[in-house]
Design a protein around this ligand. Structure first.
Ligand code: FES
Length: 99
């Protein structure tokens, strides 16, 4: 699989190999990239992530994200890193933007 770009909250950019069925939080952990998280269940929002590119290659927004994020945030391409999974190859760029 191809790579995706993870941008940390400090603005550091990392290229990592995409692994299907693995959330962005788990992928970041595996690659030793700091991506805040506490619950991994869509509750704490420490993993809040902005999709900069490639939303069409990701899974659908989950019900946890619909509950935790405001509609305006979702419209502005915010999601939760513990809920995002890459479904198809393509250029994807994600930015960790906690509150
Ligand atoms: S880790 Fe808590 S909402 Fe994602």
């Amino acid at each position: 699989m191809k790579e995706l770009t993870l941008v940390t909250k400090l603005g550091e950019s990392h290229e990592v190999i995409i692994e299907k069925n693995m959330t962005i939080v788990k992928l970041a952990k595996k690659n030793k990239i700091q991506w805040g998280h506490a619950c991994e269940r869509g509750i704490c929002a420490q993993c809040r992530t902005k999709v900069l590119e490639g939303a069409e290659f990701l899974n659908e927004v989950t019900k946890e994200e619909k509950l935790r994020l405001k509609k305006a945030e979702r419209q502005d391409h915010y999601r939760l890193g513990c809920q995002i999974q890459v479904q198809e190859e393509g250029p994807v760029r994600l930015w960790h933007v906690p509150y």
